[in-house]
Design a binder for this molecule. Structure first.
Ligand SMILES: NC(=O)c1ccc[n+]([C@@H]2O[C@H](COP(=O)([O-])OP(=O)(O)OC[C@H]3O[C@@H](n4cnc5c(N)ncnc54)[C@H](O)[C@@H]3O)[C@@H](O)[C@H]2O)c1
Ligand SMILES: O=C(O)[C@H](O)[C@@H](O)[C@H](O)[C@H](O)CO
Length: 256
C-alpha cells in the first residue's frame, strides 16, 4: 500500500452515519465510502435513504440504509441491535442527525426541549454507549460527533439547539477519555453555516445567505463536500493521536 493509503485508507472499515440521507451527513458518508469504508446510513425517510444509497452507488460505494426515528429510544435500540448485520462490526460512528427547533426562547415547549435532547444528545450518547466499548474491545475505532458553532454562541431563534451542541462537545471529551486508551479516537466537528435543508429558514430570508458568507474568512458559506477531507482524516489512522478535540470546519466563521 502507498504511504497515503496506509495513513488514510478506510478499506475494510464499516461506518455508521446518522443523518446520512442528507446534507453534511450524506457528504461525510460519500467521503468515507470513497475512501474505502462500507457505509450504513441511518435516517427517518425511506425514500431519501434509498436515493442516498443510489447516489453513493454512483461512486462505487458499498452502502445500505436503516430507517429509524432517532428521537424514539426503541428505534435507537433497533439500530444498535441490527447495525452489524449489514457489513459487520461498526468501526466508525458519525453522529450527524439533528433537529433545529426555532421558536423564540420564551415560546419553547417542554415537548420541544424533549425532542431537541432526544435527537441531538440522547441518540448520539446511546449510540456511543453501544459502539464505543465494542470498538475499544477490538482496539480500534473512531467516533465523529457533529457539533455546531452554536455550541459557543447564540445564533437566531434556536437556543436549545445550541444547548444540545454544547453538550455534544462535552460528550466527545468524556467518550475520548474513556476509550482513547484502547485505540478509539473521538472528536467533534464544528460546522459554521452550511447550505443544507436544515438551513432552509435562513435561505428564505433575502440577503441572509450573503451576510453569513461575509462573516467567514473564505467569503462563502459551507457545502457538504467541504467536510470530506476532515472526515476521512478523523476516520483514518492519520488521526490516531487526535482525540477529544473540537475541530471547526467553518471557513473561519468562528474566529472572524
Ligand atoms: N447546516 C448548517 O449550517 C449546520 C451548521 C452547524 C451544524 N450543523 C449540524 O450538521 C449536522 C447535519 O445537518 P445538515 O445541515 O446536514 O442537515 P440536514 O437536514 O440536511 O440533515 C439532517 C439529517 O438528520 C436526519 N434526522 C433528523 N431528525 C431525525 C430523527 N428524528 N431520526 C433520524 N434522523 C433524523 C435527517 O433525516 C437528515 O438526514 C447536524 O448535526 C447539524 O446540527 C449544520
Ligand atoms: O450552527 C449551526 O448549526 C448553523 O449555523 C445553524 O443555525 C444552521 O445554519 C441553520 O440554522 C440550520 O440549522
Amino acid at each position: 500500500m502507498t504511504y497515503l493509503g496506509e495513513l488514510f485508507s478506510l478499506a475494510g472499515r464499516t461506518a455508521l452515519v446518522t443523518g446520512g440521507s442528507s446534507g453534511i451527513g450524506l457528504g461525510m458518508a460519500e467521503a468515507l465510502g470513497r475512501a474505502g469504508a462500507a457505509v450504513v446510513l441511518v435516517a427517518r425517510r425511506e425514500r431519501e435513504l434509498a436515493a442516498a444509497v443510489d447516489t453513493l452507488a454512483g461512486y462505487a460505494v458499498t452502502a445500505t440504509a436503516i430507517s429509524a426515528d432517532l428521537g424514539e429510544r426503541a428505534d435507537v435500540n433497533r439500530v444498535i441491535a441490527t447495525a452489524a448485520d449489514h457489513f459487520g462490526d461498526i468501526d466508525i460512528l458519525v453522529n450527524s442527525a439533528a433537529v433545529n427547533i426555532r421558536p423564540p426562547m420564551g415560546e419553547l415547549t417542554d415537548a420541544d426541549w424533549d425532542l431537541n435532547h432526544a435527537v441531538n444528545v440522547t441518540a448520539p450518547y446511546l449510540l456511543g454507549q453501544a459502539f464505543g466499548p465494542r470498538m475499544a474491545e477490538r482496539g480500534w475505532g473512531r467516533i465523529i460527533n457533529i457539533g455546531s458553532q452554536q455550541a459557543v454562541r447564540a445564533f437566531g431563534n434556536s437556543g436549545i439547539y445550541g444547548v444540545a451542541k454544547a453538550a455534544i462537545t462535552g460528550l466527545t471529551r468524556s467518550q475520548a477519555e474513556a476509550w482513547s486508551p484502547h485505540g478509539v479516537c473521538v472528536n467533534t466537528v464544528m460546522p459554521g453555516f452550511v447550505i443544507t435543508p436544515l438551513a432552509a429558514p435562513h435561505l428564505a430570508v433575502p440577503g441572509r445567505v450573503e451576510a453569513l458568507a461575509a462573516r467567514t474568512m473564505t467569503g462563502r458559506n459551507g457545502l457538504p463536500q467541504d467536510f470530506a477531507g476532515t472526515t476521512v482524516f478523523l476516520a483514518s489512522d492519520a488521526s490516531s493521536y487526535v482525540t477529544g478535540q473540537t475541530i471547526y470546519v467553518d471557513g473561519g466563521f468562528s474566529v472572524h
